[in-house]
Design a protein around this ligand. Sequence first.
Ligand code: FE2
Length: 316
Amino acid sequence: MLNDKKTKELCDKIYYFAKKKKGFAEICKELELKDYEVVGLITLMNQQGYNIDFVNGEVLVMKTPQKTQDVYELPYNLEHLKLLLISDTHLASKYDRIDILRYLYAKAEDEGVQHILHAGDFTDGRSNRAEQVYELREPSYEGQIDYCVEKYPHFSGQTYVIQGNHDDWWYKSAGSEIVKSIAKQRDDIVYLGPDVADLKIGNLKIRLFHGSGAGAYAKSYKLQKYLDAIPMDERPDILQTGHIHQSFYMKQDNTHCFQTACLEDQTPYTRSKGLANDKSVWWVDVDFDDKGKIHSITPALETFGDKKIFTRKKRK
Ligand SMILES: [Fe+2]
């Protein structure tokens, strides 16, 4: 990963200039680097999953990965990839945990993570349950967008996100995709669509799925039935699901299934229903062999309590 401090600084600058649509010659001049040095850094960034490329003498940045047959594809050809899987942040709820997000994004930066996957319920949305308004910091569509754009931690990599049923309430009531509107204002958030999306990082096939409806008697039941419905040759290597605010991991056939919990404290609604709001995330290490095939996938669960986390800002 881009852990060498100087290399990372140069790559971040190239990415910044490219997003500002500076030309290749101008970027070389700004960084006082030879053309082949800049091309080398762009190649390195491309290998590590940045949506940046050098085509016909120009540096191109595509915020959303290329989509082939409904699959978003990111290049990647290093031997190790570390991912952070999160879900159900329910932002703009009074019970959201921006402090945990700040801690996680700082840790992701420290550990060279460039890809964070979010399985939906990015916002708390606005339901037709009348009393939900008392649980919100921001009840309006614009208010929730502004809150997320301003408060969501900034990241040198990218967060890939789908919508969940809470985000979809805005779609049902007003035909608006709130996460799409948020992502338009943030270069480090990539919206992959409502409810479900397929992403490929190198040879690693990932499906993000939010889910809907009430939880089953056994928490793995719905996920097992969902996986069973996918033909064996179309199954992902990683299936990440959200919605039920509880975590578990299982491997079924060749698919590693991660149920990601939430990053929201218990609300009056979940308390009244006797539902848990289990706050946790999955860190996932993926190792590839020398042909780029998956050698191993290793999960680690990190859990959080109710106590607020203070993250010190690093001095530059
Ligand atoms: Fe949720």
